[in-house]
Write a protein that binds this ligand. Structure first.
Ligand code: NDP
Length: 263
């Protein structure tokens, strides 16, 4: 299926590893030029080189912390200088948390608000007018199944991802008249280096291997009985970015191996 994305420009936050890297590679495979950001410049540059060599597209990699407004301004300026704007925006950068509501200070709530919500607000505000001028575009916000089915140990993550989903819905209503489709994606368990690191830590010196620990989590939670690989999320994301998903507006799409119990 030709996805009709060749020659487009995509901004992907958190594009240096995990789901973001897989989305970047998936878009590049369709001939999309990329602007990636992440905090660690070295890892980002490595991925930018890898994608350029593999797919022959242009890749801009800018070290930026999406929770910092000034970094986002610098990133958007670099995108403007390189490409004159963007057609696709994938707000993907984010991370889990661990706290109790009664124990977490204001600063922690504020940080996750900046990271999961304001980054998407600021990048959408900065890039959407250019998208409209280029004939329309797509904004895809990577939320989480936790936005609607919370995990007990990470209330701040759950709450800020839920806010991101509502932001997507409101933005979709505001931008569809300008030819910009906004949606949210809610993955379930996706095998990334972070999960592996946590599993190694938690099983250190124990009888259970880290692989068995993760297998157990998958069996307990996802009816499919395994984690997704990042590419299984990326394929869906790339489709949603394409004109083949032209009637998909303002929705949240679960890619979760059946984990969601209620809608
Ligand atoms: P990873 O930890 O594997 O990758 C995160 C990416 O985001 C990296 O490129 C990281 O680079 C970047 N990043 C993190 N914080 C910032 C920041 N403040 N500013 C800029 N870049 C940042 O994450 P995943 O691939 O697992 O997750 C990606 C998204 O998917 C997240 O929003 C996550 O909540 C969501 N998700 C993940 C699931 C999973 O099971 N893995 C399930 C559901 C949702 P660097 O560290 O260099 O900044």
């Amino acid at each position: 299926m030709d996805l009709g994305l060749s020659g487009k420009v995509a901004v992907v936050t958190g594009g240096s590893v995990g789901i973001g890297r897989a989305v970047a590679r998936g878009l590049a495979a369709e001939g999309v030029h990329l602007a990636l950001c992440a905090r660690n410049q070295e890892r980002l540059s490595g991925v930018a080189d890898e994608i350029r060599q593999a797919f022959g597209v242009r890749v801009l990699g800018v070290a930026a912390d999406v929770s910092v407004a000034a970094d986002l301004e610098r990133f958007v300026e670099a995108v403007g200088a390189e490409y004159g704007g963007a057609d696709l925006l994938i707000n993907n950068a984010g991370t889990g948390s661990e706290e109790t509501i009664l124990g977490a200070p204001d600063e922690k709530w504020q940080h996750y608000w900046e990271l999961h919500v304001m980054a998407a607000v600021r990048l959408s505000r900065a890039l959407a007018p250019g998208m409209a001028a280029r004939g329309g575009g797509v904004i895809l916000n990577n939320a989480s199944i936790c936005a609607s089915q919370p995990l007990g140990y990470e209330p701040i993550y759950n709450v800020t991802k839920a806010a991101l989903v509502m932001f997507s819905k409101c933005l979709a209503n505001e931008l569809i008249a300008q030819g910009i489709r906004v949606n949210a994606l809610s993955p379930g368990l996706v095998m990334t280096p972070d999960w592996q690191k946590t599993a190694r830590l938690l099983t250190e010196g124990k009888e259970q291997t880290w692989e068995a620990y993760l297998e157990n989590i998958a069996h307990e939670n996802a009816p499919i009985g395994r984690f997704a690989i990042p590419e299984e999320i990326a394929d869906f994301a790339v489709f949603l970015c394409s004109p083949r998903a032209s009637y998909s507006v303002g929705s949240t799409y679960y890619v979760d191996g059946g984990w969601l119990n209620v809608t």
